[in-house]
Design a protein around this ligand. Structure first.
Ligand code: GLU
Length: 467
């Protein structure tokens, strides 16, 4: 069975690159009816926080990337990591190194002075343990091969190799008994039966060292796929300067999770020229070979266009649920059931017009505004004393409407405009101002229908009477 994993370090939110890595692992597992596991790499106690763990779990859930089984804490597995190192000591693939930090510093300085790459010179590799200085707790190092080469056959990068003479004997267990990151990752991936490691290509150099640990334990290495990083719209490596790095920022900007899945998929993976790819389709098509080799660039306009598509496709009731919190945050109170119903009936009018849930929330605020409506500048300017009189006359006609539908109301406005020798726009635009407090909205007769008879007439009365 195919087993993948996502292994974030909980030092901050789930960033967009992490979201993409998780997505690729999830899709690959789904494509093969395998398992997608989650491991929290919380061994760096100083930088790992519970809040970051929660943010990551929440981000993954929001993206719809559910993992199989319980999330695993790497830190809690530290005894198992130490146990493996004990096995390596026993089988002769690891050794104790008694160098003090001062000694290591001196080694590094001397190498630098001689124009060499600083690296551990292996001085305790073959030394007799009886020479161990008293009172120094040893670190445990891998007895890495010195000859030959280590090769990564990567599904994205191809065959990448390094001469073993270039790699020094890495530390497996620090002198305080804590496992190093490189060791922990290998032991965990092995114990979790991970078959495919899909991660950012910033980890490629770690892979050589990890393969050496697999070999030392006689374990089968997983397959690897190292994904190129994401760059900002300007082509530079993604950084804080580009803003909006956390997945939750996209949720808060009113993007739908299916938009993000589609967008992140296309960010570094392709299938012909397909741009709009549903999650079902993605599961069917996903292969590691479809991952591109060059870094991809964020393109916010493209993300918005995709979001507009998925908003059009979404069910009205779901959009109401998703938009309600945005509206409630803006108006500072909960929506009533009547208002939610108004919102639901207004959704079809918004679907062709909005790119984000925020635009939908903003556009719908007139539905929930307290009377008398606050007029924006343009709307206020339109409603002169004369125009307010005209609104009053129109309101009287509306009050007689047999049925309160967009069609019936439009007919009344047309008759009214004709009877008064006015162009339709000269009546419709002030009507829009009176009903919404703005000069832009979905089609105004639909707006009136959605507001309903009572609310519409009251708003028109307000305009007639106030000024
Ligand atoms: N914890 C690492 C990170 O967040 C990932 C390690 C891995 O995937 O092997 O970058």
């Amino acid at each position: 069975m195919i087993v993948t994993r996502f292994a974030p370090s909980p030092t901050g939110y789930l960033h967009i690159g992490g979201g993409r890595t998780a997505l690729f692992n999830w899709l690959f597992a789904k494509h093969h009816q395998g398992k997608f596991l989650l491991r929290i790499e919380d061994t760096d106690r100083a930088r790992s926080t519970d809040a970051a763990v929660d943010a990551i779990l929440e981000g993954l859930k929001w993206l719809g990337l559910e993992w199989d089984g319980e999330a695993i804490s790497q830190f809690q597995r530290k005894d198992r990591h130490a146990e493996v190192v004990a096995e390596m000591l026993a089988n002769g693939t690891a050794y104790r190194c008694y160098c003090t930090p001062e000694e290591l510093d001196a080694m590094r300085e001397a190498q630098k002075a001689a124009g060499q790459q600083p690296r551990y010179d292996g001085r305790w590799r073959d030394r007799d343990p009886s020479e161990a200085p008293a009172g120094v707790a040893p670190a445990i190092r891998l007895k890495a091969p010195r000859e030959g080469e280590t090769v990564v056959k990567d599904h994205v990068q191809g065959e990448v190799r390094v001469q073993n003479s270039q790699l020094d004997d890495l530390i497996l267990l620090r002198s305080d008994g804590t496992p190093t990151y490189l060791l922990a990752v290998v032991v965990d991936d092995h114990d979790m039966d991970v078959t495919h490691v899909v991660r950012g290509d910033d980890h490629l150099t770690n892979t050589f060292r990890q393969i050496q640990i697999y070999n030392a334990m006689g374990w089968k290495t997983p397959e690897f796929a190292h994904i190129p990083l994401i760059h900002g719209p300007d082509g530079a490596k993604l950084s804080k300067r580009h803003g909006a790095l956390g997945i939750e920022a996209y949720r808060d900007m009113g993007f739908l999770p299916e938009t993000m899945r589609n967008y992140l998929l296309r960010l570094g993976w392709g299938h012909g020229d397909a741009e709009i790819i549903s999650t079902e389709q993605a599961i069917e098509w996903f292969t590691l070979e479809g991952i591109g080799r060059s870094p991809s660039r964020l393109d916010f306009a493209k993300m918005e266009n995709l979001n507009a598509h998925y908003i059009r496709e979404a069910e009205d009731a779901r959009l109401v649920t998703l938009t309600t919190p945005f509206i409630e945050a803006k108006i500072g109170r909960a929506l009533t059931d009547v208002e939610k119903d108004r919102l639901r009936r207004s959704i079809p009018g918004f679907k062709p017009r909005v790119k984000t849930l925020i635009e939908l929330a903003d556009g719908s605020l007139y539905l929930f505004a307290a009377r008398p409506l606050a007029m924006d500048e343009k709307a206020g300017a339109l409603l002169t004393a004369e125009v307010r009189g005209q609104i009053g006359a129109l309101a009287a006609k509306f009050a007689e409407a047999g049925e309160w539908t967009a069609g019936a109301l439009e007919a009344i406005v047309r008759d009214f405009a004709e009877a008064n020798g006015l162009k339709l726009g000269k009546v419709a635009q002030p009507l829009r101002a009176a009903l919404t407090g703005t000069t832009v909205s979905p089609p105004i007769f639909e707006v009136a229908e959605i507001l309903g008879r009572e609310e519409s007439l009251s708003r028109l009365e307000d305009v007639k009477n106030h000024g």
